[in-house]
Design a protein. Sequence first.
Length: 170
Amino acid sequence: MLALALAGCGVVDKPDGGSDGGELWPEGTLELGGELPDGGGFTTLAPEVEATPGAQGGFHVPVMYRVTGKAVNGVVFEHKVRRASDNVLVSKGTRTLDVTPVAAGQSWTTPGAVIIFLCPTPVGVSVVGEALNFEVTAATKGGQLLGTAGASSTFRCPAGDAFCDSICRG
């Protein structure tokens, strides 16, 4: 029944891309964090995140995902960001990535920052100075849940950036 078992990685894939036995990844297998300032890898999400200007005039927050000891082709990562004060959804999106095998004791991270678009926000929804709850869910293409992870951070516009302040306050 098993198409592939990668020794030393704790990896078992089925032909449909799902994991063995229908089980969730153990808690802590999937992590959501930030990118080191030099772009050199994964770190915990900072208590405050600063808006990064995007190419089309909006603002976003870069994050990274890390998976320890597992590999699955075609993992669908769905993110949701909600305001902590009232649970209002302020961003959602999906990306499909191959979580490739890594050596025993190592971890896979997204090949670069995952851009989470936050501004402009819907009318009446402000994110400036707001605590936000970031959540990522990983599932197979067939919809089998693999794991979830979350982090919280307060969103800030760059100092003196009136445009960011205006479009991120809804």
